[in-house]
Design a protein around this ligand. Structure first.
Ligand code: ATP
Ligand code: MG
Length: 258
């Protein structure tokens, strides 16, 4: 995937790593020196989003004092990451479809036709098929976006990955916090593997950060994990070190998206 400029659609619940995967694809592509531009399609109004995407000319609307560059222009030959694509309006859906099909666009209020060579990676945590059924998303746009489709499963459906992920996140968090909490009792690891993690990797990362901050010495404690009260259990003595479970989780994800 990383070296061809096909559009990519990444689907997955919140916190499953959609943006991380998009970046991994970009920085492993031949266009890695080009910009990686993120735009969240749900954070701003329709008019503002249009001008963010395409830019506007001076005088296009009341506040348009200067001509601006849109993200399509700024992205150049790089990647434009359209986050929360399920939230774009019908008006912008048509405009986006047009850029994808023809590769050209115009600034808001402009008359000059501009060209884009950017790769589009769109992401969503919504069920796009359902949005299509409800008439909220154009089917033709959906098919244009999902030339390559990547679905990131929720963490609770890939429990077997959790130990590697925990190892990776431990290294990262320790480094960032200047801590040296390296031991995870097997009971704690078991718990980490079996918690539901509705916020996925982001929630796991937050929980580990908290546990590492609260840890006394170099061992992470069950009592510092986000547990329902009354869920306390036996605490085994034997410890396994991070090294034993260490593998590079990112590499694994990368391999799957290549
Ligand atoms: N496989 C992974 N390995 C290491 N860290 C990960 C992994 N997946 C996600 N993360 C981390 O989890 C956090 C959430 O990831 P990201 O922002 O990419 O999720 P998202 O799917 O875009 O979520 P949202 O829909 O809420 O925006 C980030 O801090 C990211 O670094
Ligand atoms: Mg995101």
């Amino acid at each position: 995937v990383a070296n061809t400029k096909t559009n990519i659609l990444i689907q997955g619940e919140s916190g499953t790593g959609k943006e991380l995967v998009a970046k991994a694809i970009h920085y492993n592509s031949t266009f890695r020196e080009e910009p990686f531009i993120v735009i969240n399609c749900s954070a701003i109004t329709d008019t503002l989003l249009e001008s963010e995407l395409f830019g506007h000319v001076k005088g296009a609307f009341t506040d348009a004092v200067f001509e601006t560059k849109g993200k399509f222009e700024i992205a150049g030959k790089g990647t434009l990451f359209l986050d929360e694509i399920g939230d774009i309006s019908p008006n912008l859906q048509s405009k986006l479809l047009r850029v994808i099909e023809t590769r050209d666009f115009m600034k808001v209020g402009g008359e000059k036709i501009m060209k884009t060579e950017a790769r589009i990676i769109a992401a969503t945590n919504q069920d796009l098929k359902f949005l299509i059924e409800k008439g909220k998303l154009r089917e033709d746009l959906y098919y244009r976006l999902k030339v390559v489709e990547i679905t990131l499963p929720p963490l609770r459906e890939r429990k077997e990955d959790i130990p590697d992920l925990v190892a990776y996140l431990f290294e990262k968090i320790n480094r960032e916090l200047g801590k040296n909490v390296r031991k995870i009792p097997p009971g704690v690891m078991k718990l980490l593997v079996n918690l539901p993690w509705r916020g996925n990797v982001r929630e796991l990362e937050n929980a580990l950060t908290r546990a590492i901050i609260l840890a006394k010495g170099d061992v992470i404690l069950e009592e510092n994990l986000p547990l329902e009260t009354g869920e306390k259990r036996i605490f085994p003595e034997e410890l396994i070190s991070i090294k034993e479970v260490e593998k590079k989780y990112i590499q694994h994800v990368l391999k799957e998206t290549k």
